[in-house]
Design a protein around this ligand. Structure first.
Ligand SMILES: *Cc1c(COP(=O)(O)O)cnc(C)c1O
Length: 392
């Protein structure tokens, strides 16, 4: 099976993890600041806080920005469930802003319309969480302008997007947001096994995030409410969690980060080949020509929206390609249609663009170690599948 995404582990990556295993520190050691420095450099951000998953990062970023009961977080329905779940974990309400049919990202125009209605109802969100779908940044200058106008904070879910460039700078620089969160799960761009990082330009937020990932505890005398009892002393200032990354993970991540540009370049060569091969097929591709560079975590396509019974056709195409050994996948089942969110009152029909996209969606395999032969097999299987369905 050619998987839709896969890690690329080099001998240097392995050696860096083995080094940690024979060192004094398996956690809370020197590999963590080394990895954080690599993320800071790649993102041109003054702060990076490593944590054990993007979900953890989204959670503590939301907590640190004051999300809680009686407050609201809005995100994209075209995302992994974690984007919405973290708001529920904070005790807050969730709502969804529909996507743009071309970029498949949260639509800034729909966000504006929804904000105007919410302002009249006195129900403005505390946080908006745009999701950079497939590695393509949302329109952050537009979302930032709305944040200033309507008074909400912004957390970027950049789980797909380390290495992406937007509006003249790297995603993670936080010029248009309060915080930006990356995932290092093995299917993403760079991996630490499980893992994540939060970047921010806000010094106070960085200090709070550092504390929340480790029980709310500080060892910094400057932050303590009174003088330390002695060298052993620490104080718990907030209710935190254990969301720490291990040094084995951080060493892997620091080694992987050295190849970030190579990973992105290889993804782009593969995507260009898909673009050419798919140009005349009855498929719609994600429009990626917004100013900047996608990290190309995914290569999503959808069956032409004008086709009748797209959901049935997509199912048959998916099954055929899987039978051919092609690990196609579907990103994403709109979050608001999950049983957990239905039980909260959400219904199909609330985000029609995301729902229509989902019915015809298929993610083609894309990872940097894919060979030309692998990619040719994907294109062959896709073309013969569409032929057998009578679509070409
Ligand atoms: C993968 C992913 C997450 C969760 O990342 P973890 O590191 O697995 O917690 C959150 N949001 C999006 C959009 C993702 O793709």
């Amino acid at each position: 099976m050619i998987p839709y995404g896969r890690q690329w582990i080099s001998p240097e990556d392995i050696a860096s993890v083995v080094d940690v295993l024979t060192s004094d520190h398996l956690t809370q050691g020197p590999a963590i600041p080394r990895f954080e420095q690599a993320v800071r450099t790649a993102c041109a951000a003054p702060h990076a806080i490593a944590i054990n998953s993007a979900t953890s990062g989204l959670h503590i970023a939301s907590l640190a920005l004051g999300l809680g009961q009686g407050k609201r977080l809005w995100t994209s329905p075209n995302s992994f469930v974690a984007s919405a779940n973290v708001a529920r974990l904070c005790g807050a309400e969730v709502d969804f802003v529909d996507i743009d049919p071309d970029t498949l990202n949260m639509c800034a125009g729909q966000l504006r319309d929804k904000l105007q209605i919410a302002r009249r109802a006195g129900r403005l969100p505390h946080i908006v969480m745009p999701v950079h779908f497939a590695g393509l940044s949302c329109d952050m200058p537009a979302i930032h302008a709305l944040a200033l106008e309507f008074g909400f904070q912004v957390i970027e879910d950049a789980s797909h997007a380390i290495g992406a460039i937007h509006d003249g700078g790297p995603v993670g620089e936080c010029r248009h947001s309060d915080a930006c969160v990356f995932s290092f799960h093995p299917v993403k761009i760079v991996t630490t096994g499980e893992g994540g990082a939060v970047t921010t330009r806000n010094d106070r937020l960085a200090t709070t995030l550092d504390r929340l990932r480790s029980h709310g505890i500080t060892r910094d005398p400057a932050l303590m409410t009174h003088d330390a009892d002695g060298p052993w002393y620490y104080q718990q200032l907030d209710l935190g969690l254990n969301y720490r990354m291990t040094d084995m993970q951080a060493a892997l991540g620091a080694s992987q980060m050295q190849r970030l540009e190579q990973f992105i370049d290889l993804r782009h060569s593969l995507a260009r080949r898909y673009d050419t091969a798919l140009a005349n097929l009855p498929l719609r591709r994600q429009q990626r020509d917004m100013a900047g560079r996608s990290a190309l975590h995914l290569y999503p396509v959808q069956l032409d929206p004008s086709l009748p019974d797209r959901a049935g056709l997509r199912r048959r195409l998916f099954d055929r390609m899987r039978n051919d050994g092609i690990g196609v996948n579907v990103h994403y089942i709109p979050i608001h249609t999950q049983p957990y969110y239905r039980a909260l009152g959400f219904r199909r029909g609330q985000c029609p663009v995301a729902e229509t996209y989902y019915e015809g969606a298929l993610s083609l395999p894309l990872h940097p170690q894919m060979s030309d032969a692998d990619q040719a097999a994907v294109i062959d299987s896709l073309t013969s599948g569409l032929t057998s369905l009578g679509l070409i």
